[in-house]
Design a protein around this ligand. Structure first.
Ligand code: CP
Length: 316
């Protein structure tokens, strides 16, 4: 989205709401073109991608860094733990500091809703043209997770239009669910949200408290109980044991061929039975693989506009 002032036009990916169906299809097409390409591409040679993580991450931080390296960018990973954030530095001062290194992009994960938007605002103050990619802001959005999920679904099932997806578990605290519901809507898929009433908010999509609602789904998308975001003393479920008994995804609750997804990290034996996680119908590893090519595609889309994906991948 363009910014005002004398800045060059910059684009950010802060939310799935920044995209329309054409944007999603273009990013997925770019990811397909990049999939299987061996070695590095020169796309972002001489440009800097900073990954700035204020929250724990394995998949998102690793895949963004690897994606940037595969596109020949210089990378600068910053974790808040061990940085000057520990000494009380504000988000604004950290961003103003990092802007001095003239990054092409800052990929940010932060526990506060709206933090990626705030980074974009601070970059304007710093007179920086850097692009911001939201790698998860609190319970709000995780747009590249939704894009990689679409990619993994399309690869496994051959289509997105008309798919029916059941998202099961702690929707209330899930930026993944909020992003995915929007993204599935853009591509013509339908969604049912399944779980305990206190963890499935109204107004996002069709909802059900009954685990039997997963029966008709092509994909069962399982969410972790995000205990780190739950209010102390609040009783969202009577107990984790009861949650698992009523809503845990076990082999007995699935049809043969029904695909199972999880954004990770998995709490095996809580929301997802280990036998399901390791089964042939689990797309969990495919999601991780998709994360790399989709994040390459997103960086390409934001930073190397106008270069056809097939051309950069050398497959045109
Ligand atoms: N899905 C996801 O965001 O995983 P990480 O927290 O490991 O990045």
């Amino acid at each position: 989205m363009p910014e005002s002032s004398s800045q060059p036009e910059r684009r950010h990916l802060l939310s799935i709401g920044d995209l329309d169906r054409g944007d999603v299809e273009r990013i997925l097409e770019t990811a397909r073109a990049l999939d299987g390409v061996e070695g590095k591409l020169p796309t972002l040679a001489g440009r800097l991608v900073i990954t700035l993580f204020y929250e724990s991450s394995t998949r998102t931080s690793a895949s963004f860094e690897l994606a940037a390296k595969r596109l020949s960018a210089d990378t600068l990973p910053i974790r808040s733990a061990g940085s000057s954030v520990d000494k009380g530095e504000s988000l604004k001062d950290t961003v103003l500091t990092l802007a001095a290194y003239e990054p092409a992009a800052i990929v940010v994960r932060h526990p506060q809703v709206g933090s990626a938007q705030l980074v974009a605002k601070h970059l304007v103050t710093a007179d920086s043209g850097a692009t911001v990619v939201n790698a998860g802001d609190g319970t709000h959005q995780h747009p590249t997770q939704a894009l990689l999920d679409l990619y993994a679904m399309e690869q496994a099932l051959g289509r997105l239009e008309g798919l029916h997806v059941a998202i099961v578990g702690d929707v209330l605290h899930s930026r993944v669910a909020r992003s995915l519901v929007q993204a599935l809507g853009l591509v013509g898929a339908s969604v049912v949200l399944v779980g305990p009433p206190a963890l499935v908010p109204r107004g996002l999509a069709e909802r059900s408290m009954e685990i039997s609602a997963i029966e008709s789904a092509d994909v069962v998308y399982v969410l972790r109980m995000q205990r780190e975001r739950m209010l102390a003393g609040a009783n969202y479920v009577p107990s984790l044991r009861e949650y698992t008994a009523r809503w845990g995804i076990t082999p007995e609750r699935l049809r043969p061929g029904q695909k199972v997804m999880h954004p990770g990290p998995i709490n095996r034996g809580v929301e997802l039975d280990g036998r399901v996680a390791d089964s042939a119908d689990s797309l969990v590893v495919e999601q991780v693989r998709a994360g790399l090519v989709v994040r390459m595609a997103v960086l390409h889309d934001l930073l190397a506009q106008g270069v056809p994906a097939g051309e950069i991948a050398g497959v045109a």
